[in-house]
Ligand binder design. Structure first.
Ligand SMILES: Cc1cc2nc3c(=O)[nH]c(=O)nc-3n(C[C@H](O)[C@H](O)[C@H](O)COP(=O)(O)O)c2cc1C
Ligand code: SF4
Length: 432
């Protein structure tokens, strides 16, 4: 697949972590250009590009920016969501560690567009290296007049600060994140009001994912039409980072036009591990419904995957071959959600635990014929009944196990245990 990388074009370039190196690679030209435009023109360009949020929900970035009131004297904020806690996702880490100024430039353009003078980059606690690199890049940017009281001599004032989280999945949810940023327990807020109106410290706030913001400088320099020319159609545009893990020869982060097929991604990742057959895949992180191998021809974009009953989410693609027990794999995911539920809502707190217990029972050979239906009933009771999308996310893979792979669940129950051999995933041979 011939595609010139955009977001990862600077990865590995000498000196790219410094302002000087980034400038040599053409960096900060987009910010200069944006500062010569009106904020409304910048928002319009981002809207026209069709850029959709890369954090999970796929909301159009320009439309979100447009929700922030322009005619207010309240302070406004940009919060960059660098929590990256969706299992299987590691693209934002690469962007922050390998090209931090691309992100700072995207943040600065967004702030100019919405009239914010402060950005908080909320980064997951485990990303110590990325946080250190960003903090050094920010110090350099202040020294070079990119940040501070007079951005590039324009009179625009901008401060950027890195805020380290403590490693909770729920702090990736935008309002849980805001609570944590403000120094409280990371428990999601009731919406509405949405953060664009009442966000950080009660003020209008844009929250965007790292990858979303990294696209922005390129939209400014190369234009919305160029951006729209990449991808499946006008609703699914631009370059995209896919994180491929599981049974492929070369797991990693790959940049391609949004909407390539799983078959193409597996080829890029060196093919299936040991040439085994594909059994199933998760297209968009732990929250996405698991799809069977027969769907590997689908375009991996927002709308095609939604139509197939799954989602692009954070584009964390988990490839599972014929040796995988899907009951066990789904139980691992269910256990994760049960552990990470913040516990505010009964359907989520209780439902996630019941789900993981039911799956464990089936895997261990104690399942009953009523269990598959029980899982579907729990899924219905949890969907749309809780405060944030974590409960729906927890339903995604579990429900799909029963709807897409019912035969495998039934076989576990009939045989009184797992038909597949245990797969050790710790070096000492322990399986879980
Ligand atoms: C449980 C949960 C966890 C989330 N974790 C992340 C995350 O780690 N990173 C992220 O960017 N968005 C995450 N999101 C999505 C955010 O709430 C929000 O939609 C996103 O940051 C908006 O940015 P975008 O429009 O640029 O995608 C999560 C959502 C939920 C419900
Ligand atoms: S749905 Fe779950 S994670 Fe979200 S607020 Fe309710 S209990 Fe917390």
């Amino acid at each position: 697949m011939a595609f010139e990388p955009v977001l990862t074009q600077n990865v590995g370039k000498p000196g790219i972590l410094t302002v000087a190196g980034y400038r040599d690679a053409g960096g900060y030209a987009a910010l200069r250009k944006a500062l010569g435009m009106t904020p409304a023109e910048v928002i319009e360009e981002v809207k026209k590009s069709g850029l959709r949020g890369r954090g999970g929900a796929g909301f159009p970035a320009g439309v979100k920016w447009g929700f922030v009131p322009a005619d207010t004297d309240q302070p406004k904020y940009l919060v960059c969501n660098a929590d990256e806690s969706e299992p299987g996702t590691f693209k934002d880490r690469l962007l922050m560690e390998k090209d931090p100024h691309q992100l700072l430039e995207g943040c600065a353009i967004c702030c100019w567009a919405v009239g914010a003078n402060t950005t908080y980059i909320y980064i997951r606690g485990e990303y110590t290296e990325a946080a250190d690199i960003l903090e050094e890049a920010i110090r350099d940017a202040y020294r070079e007049g990119i940040l501070g009281d007079d951005v590039l001599g324009s009179g625009f004032k901008l401060d950027i600060q890195v805020h380290r989280g403590a490693g909770a999945y729920i702090c990736g949810e935008e309002t849980g994140l805001l609570e944590s940023l403000e120094g409280r327990r990371g428990q999601p807020r009731v919406k509405p009001p949405f953060p664009a109106i009442v966000g950080a410290f009660g003020k209008p706030t844009v929250i965007n994912n790292v990858e979303t913001l990294c696209n922005v400088p390129h939209i400014l320099t190369r234009g919305a039409d160029w951006f729209r020319g990449i991808g499946t159609d006008e609703r699914n545009t631009g370059p995209k980072l896919y994180c491929i893990s599981g049974h492929v020869e070369r797991p990693g982060t790959y940049e391609v036009p949004i909407g390539v097929t799983l078959d193409e991604l597996i080829d890029l990742a060196g093919g299936m591990h040991k040439g085994r057959a594909l059994k199933a895949f998760i297209p968009g992180g732990a929250s996405a419904a698991i799809l069977p191998a027969s769907q590997s021809h689908l375009n991996m974009d927002f709308d095609s995957l939604a139509k197939a009953g799954s989602m692009l989410g954070s584009a964390a693609v988990v490839v599972m071959d014929e040796t995988t027990c899907l009951v066990r794999a789904t139980w691992r995911l269910a256990k994760f959600f049960s552990h990470e539920s913040c516990g505010q809502c009964t359907p989520c707190r209780e439902g996630t635990n019941w789900m993981q217990m039911t799956l464990k029972r089936i895997e261990d050979g104690h399942g009953s014929e009523a269990d598959a239906e029980l899982i579907l009933r729990m899924s219905r009771n949890m969907s749309g009944t809780a405060l944030c999308a974590l409960a729906d996310a927890a339903v995604g893979p579990v429900q799909s196990l029963v709807t897409n792979f019912r035969e495998e669940v039934d076989e576990h129950i009939r045989r009184g245990g797992c038909p597949l051999p245990p797969v050790p995933f710790f070096e000492n041979g322990a399986s879980h």
